[in-house]
Design a protein around this ligand. Sequence first.
Ligand SMILES: *[C@@H]1O[C@H](CO)[C@@H](O)[C@H](O)[C@H]1NC(C)=O
Ligand SMILES: *[C@@H]1O[C@H](CO)[C@@H](O)[C@H](O)[C@H]1NC(C)=O
Ligand SMILES: *[C@@H]1O[C@H](CO)[C@@H](O)[C@H](O)[C@H]1NC(C)=O
Ligand SMILES: *[C@@H]1O[C@H](CO)[C@@H](O)[C@H](O)[C@H]1NC(C)=O
Length: 361
Amino acid sequence: MGGMSAVCLILMIGAAVCLAACPCSDPALCDPIQHSRDSEVYVFYVRGKNWKLYDWSKVTTVALFAPYDPELMCFAHSKGARFVLTGDVSVKEIVDPKQRSAWIAGKVNLAKTQYMDGINLDIEQPILPHTPEYYALTGLVKETTEAFHREIPGSQVTFDVAWNPNCVDNRCYNYSAIAELSDFLFVMSYDEQSQIWTECIAGANAPFNQTIAGYQKFINLGIDPKKLVMGVPWYSYDYVCLNLTEDNTCELEKRPFQGAPCSDAVGRQVPYRTIMKQVNSSLTGRLWDNEQKAPFYNYKDNKGKIHQVWYDDPESITLKAIYVKKLGLRGIGMWNGDLLDYSGDPVAQEQTKAMWKALTP
Ligand SMILES: *[C@@H]1O[C@H](CO)[C@@H](O)[C@H](O)[C@H]1NC(C)=O
Ligand SMILES: *[C@@H]1O[C@H](CO)[C@@H](O)[C@H](O)[C@H]1NC(C)=O
Ligand SMILES: *[C@@H]1O[C@H](CO)[C@@H](O)[C@H](O)[C@H]1NC(C)=O
Ligand SMILES: *[C@@H]1O[C@H](CO)[C@@H](O)[C@H](O)[C@H]1NC(C)=O
């Protein structure tokens, strides 16, 4: 762009906002997305340029977990998809309403200067019920939604929640209020073994029954299913087994987490693209656990240690995605869009296509 110029406006609240010249070839692409949608395919973008190869026939919202890429903004808008900021703040710091408003004003300002369409609040902090932080968090969601909707018409404010509302990892929030006061919740139906209360053994990242039960719990709180987007994992957990029995039970090292005796924290998160390069040459190849409805395999590392890897693939994701319709949820999304193999390799291309397809059976 030659001769970049900036236009500064003074808002009614007195703050100045400076808009860089629209970076898109068509200036209309800098307008925020206005239309409402009754279904979502929500993508977290974390790095690079692979977004060019996302399945844009599905994508409705991209959340920015990487440095701002104006090219992505223009492209998303050309596809009618929203492009939103991410927001995290220490909840202790925003108990003071003045600091809260200042934080929100900063985010609205940033969204405007980058021609973005809202914000995803990713605040995963432990908070106990009825503490000042508990009320401050609800206040933050309410005020953020009000500010964005007022300042950027058509914008979207969402909030990320754990796979069930029962104080997972000590995140005891007022979930029904947060759902009511935002556009919708992105339910992170993964890391479901962050607190293992039973035997310390490896299991699925997002077992089918446990995942569905999580949605039932949100709905039982009175939350409208249309306020829930199902988040599925595009990554796996690789566990070192202390012992592997003949029936493939992989015993884990005990590492307590938030009160539970063991946790998936002893595992290592691995992208789906890496899993696909390893599974066929593993000790077992792909196995299927019919109780958890998830694939897994075992392999031996170069030090002779046995590992068990639990992942999600088109089969396990399709089973869950069918429940998006059954439960009447708002849609589906994944952590994250950049974990697939977007190379030109023909086998990888098929696998990547199948993962996108599985989102909307
Ligand atoms: C949650 O927030 C709503 C709305 O502000 C309020 O009516 C309700 O009492 C709160 N629930 C709890 C458990 O604090
Ligand atoms: C490993 O599992 C086998 C079979 O269940 C059992 O006999 C053995 O004692 C276990 N070894 C350890 C180190 O726990
Ligand atoms: C692994 O095996 C499956 C099933 O036989 C096959 O479809 C797939 O192409 C193989 N993957 C790779 C990377 O070769
Ligand atoms: C999963 O839930 C179904 C339906 O409630 C039940 O029949 C089944 O036994 C459950 N499976 C497991 C492994 O808990």
